[in-house]
Write a protein that binds this ligand. Structure first.
Ligand SMILES: C[S@@+](CC[C@H](N)C(=O)[O-])C[C@H]1O[C@@H](n2cnc3c(N)ncnc32)[C@H](O)[C@@H]1O
Length: 213
């Protein structure tokens, strides 16, 4: 868990990488079967992904779940500043998603997995709340990313004025991250069918799209 100051600095720094959120949002749009989907942003952080999803799918309703109240306050502010109203911030965790069975059209989650204390249970929870035919668009840090390249990221972040705490927050997450194979296994063990994969073994992140058939 990060403190409030690091959460705020993280939100400011990540705004420089809008293209990454925009790209993920375009995948969400492509995989959405509705023009007014009910979407869960799991580990929503400062809500930057939710904002980009609203830009692509303005009629969406998004529930942003995160255990950190500070992150949810930032998310609510960012979404409302962008003039989207149908966002609901909810305190919660992936291990016990506060939603009823078969209620969500899509789940998005970006770089939250390293912090999930019970990944297996969390994937079962995603399966439980998703409607049949619903999809998960999941982006994860790659555990197989070479350590020497991680040092380069650290230097670049410090050079780009991410600050020491945000740099540590990002770099330390790789120590808790998972490989593509592990994440595929979490999905298949929970009963999902994988429909798309992006990212090479040497890249710093990967994306998996999975479906509840
Ligand atoms: C690196 S941030 C990513 C935030 C956002 N998804 C983004 O890409 O900008 C990871 C987020 O996961 C949240 N988180 C930590 N443990 C969690 C859990 N068990 N369930 C859901 N979210 C969690 C953290 O509070 C944090 O906001």
């Amino acid at each position: 868990m990060v403190d409030d100051k690091t959460a705020e600095e993280f939100a400011v720094y990540m705004k420089k990488f809008n293209d990454l959120y925009e790209y993920l949002a375009s995948l969400v749009q492509r995989h959405s079967s509705s023009s007014h989907p009910f979407i869960l942003d799991l580990g929503a952080g400062p809500g930057l992904l939710s904002v980009e999803i609203f830009r692509k799918i303005p009629q969406a309703t998004i529930i942003g779940i995160d255990p950190l109240i500070k992150m949810l306050k930032l998310a609510n502010g960012n979404v409302k500043n962008a003039d989207f109203q149908t966002f609901e911030p909810v305190v919660g965790v992936s291990e016990n998603i506060p939603l009823k069975n078969n209620t969500v059209d899509m789940i998005v989650s970006r770089f939250s997995l390293p912090y999930w204390t019970q990944p297996k249970k969390s994937f079962q929870e995603m399966m439980r709340v998703l409607k049949p035919g619903g999809k998960v668009v999941f982006e994860a840090l790659n555990r197989d990313f070479p350590t020497w390249k991680l040092s380069l990221i650290k230097i670049r972040m410090l050079f780009n004025r991410a600050g020491r705490d945000v740099t540590r927050y990002h770099v330390d997450a790789y120590k808790l991250a998972h490989t593509v194979n592990q994440v595929e296994q979490f999905f298949t063990d929970a009963g999902f069918t994988i429909s798309e994969k992006e990212g090479k073994k040497s890249e710093w992140r990967f994306i998996i799209v999975a479906e509840k058939k």
